[in-house]
Structures are given as C-alpha cells and as structure tokens.
Design a protein around this ligand. Structure first.
Ligand SMILES: Nc1nc2c(ncn2[C@@H]2O[C@H](COP(=O)(O)OP(=O)(O)O)[C@@H](O)[C@H]2O)c(=O)[nH]1
Ligand SMILES: [Mg+2]
Length: 198
C-alpha cells in the first residue's frame, strides 16, 4: 500500500455533510484514547494529520480523509469518554449508528480495541452493532508494544470468547514501534489501490 496523498477532506457534524462523491470508505472506530489518531497517522505516514493526545473526546465530527484520491479513511468519534453529558452522548451514538447501518459507501470497519484490556461493555456493544449491520469488519488491537506476547495471547483468547470475531480477523498493531502495520495494510490495500471503487 503506497500512500501517494492523504488530506482531510471533510469534517461532518451531520449526514448532510458527508461527501457526495461516490468513493469506498474504510471507517476507524473505538473508545476514546484507544490510539485511533496515532494509528491513522502511522498508516497514512503523516505525523499530525489526525489529532493525537488532544483532550479525549475532542473529535466530535466524523472526519473524512481522502487517500490517494480514490478512497476515504473515516475517523468516527471515540466512544466511552466519561466527561460528556447524556444528551451529547445520545447525539453521537445516533450519528455513529446511522453511519454504520446506512452508509452505502462503507466498505470496511476497523474496530480498534486496546490490546492490554478485556473488552469493555461499549466494545461489546460496538461489536454487536457491526455484526447486526452486516458490514465487513476487523479488529485492530492497539498499543501491542505495551504488553508481552504471553499476555497478548491470553487477551486474544478472551476477546474471541467475548466477541463475535474469528482470531484471524484480529490484527495486533503498534503505532509506536510500527509493528503489525504491514499486515493491516495488506487488508486495506485493495481499497487504497482503488480496487473497491466501482
Ligand atoms: N505505547 C504506545 N502508545 C500509544 C500507541 N498508540 C497511541 N498511544 C498513546 O495513547 C494515547 C492516545 O492516543 P490517541 O492516538 O490520541 O488516541 P485516540 O483518542 O483514540 O485518538 C496517546 O498518549 C498516544 O501517544 C501505541 O501503539 N503504543
Ligand atoms: Mg483521536
């Protein structure tokens, strides 16, 4: 997967602001602080294209990054951020669900989960939404550099028990060491090369 170009194309606060050009979309979703911005930047080989380390919960819009002029990487708002009100939470949830359930351009979801932890209640809820929506998805296990191989094997076994996902669809990655990025790129490559476009 060669990244020739990547730029922020649109920040959408509502579906009317989603891009109208018909390109396939790969969406990235996960709880706040899971490492989503870091992974996007690492994949796109840009240091600061997506915000990192900013205040958790800061990304309140659905952000569309155009990659190689033929696909969008879509940054969905992180879930599970405690410091927001119930009403705002409900608005985000509705927007996220609507996008995942109804967005025709959505080709693949990368569900990010922290490799160090058991799935949270919200991780399970997201997993159920993805299954129910019949959208193709994989899991990227973030921050893999922070734990040993033994702990990761245990966590992975637990994940496959608690979530609806085969082991083969779980990709451990580290935005820090860049480990696992090439394997993940292989999954994204057909889309990035334009082969998912009609
Ligand atoms: N050690 C390590 N830290 C990471 C990794 N990815 C992200 N982080 C750190 O985790 C925190 C949250 O990352 P960020 O990308 O902003 O998460 P986001 O809220 O999901 O966008 C930051 O302090 C990052 O430096 C990783 O692969 N390894
Ligand atoms: Mg972020």
């Amino acid at each position: 997967m060669k990244i020739q170009s990547a730029h922020l194309y649109q920040m959408a606060g509502s579906p009317t602001q989603y891009p109208e050009i018909n390109l396939p979309e790969i969406a990235f979703v996960g709880r706040s602080n899971v490492g989503k911005s870091s992974l996007l930047n690492a994949l796109l080989e840009r240091k600061k294209l997506a915000y990192t380390g900013a205040k958790p919960g800061k990304t309140r819009t659905i952000n569309f990054y155009m990659v190689n002029e033929n696909i969008f990487f879509v940054d969905l708002p992180g879930y599970g951020y405690a410091q927001i009100g119930k009403e705002q939470r409900a608005v985000w949830e509705k927007q996220m669900q609507g996008y995942i359930k109804h967005r025709e351009e959505l080709a693949l979801v990368i569900h990010l989960m922290d490799s160090r932890h058991a799935p949270t209640a919200l991780d399970k809820k997201m997993n159920a939404l993805l299954v129910e929506s019949s959208v193709p998805f994989i899991i990227a296990a973030t921050k893999r550099d922070k734990i040993s191989g033994n702990v990761w094997q245990k966590n992975k076994a637990l994940w496959t028990k608690e979530l609806q996902i085969p082991q083969s669809a779980i990709y451990p990655v580290s935005a820090q060491s860049k480990g696992g990025l090439d394997d993940l790129r292989l999954v994204l490559a057909p889309g990035v090369a334009g082969q998912w476009a009609e």
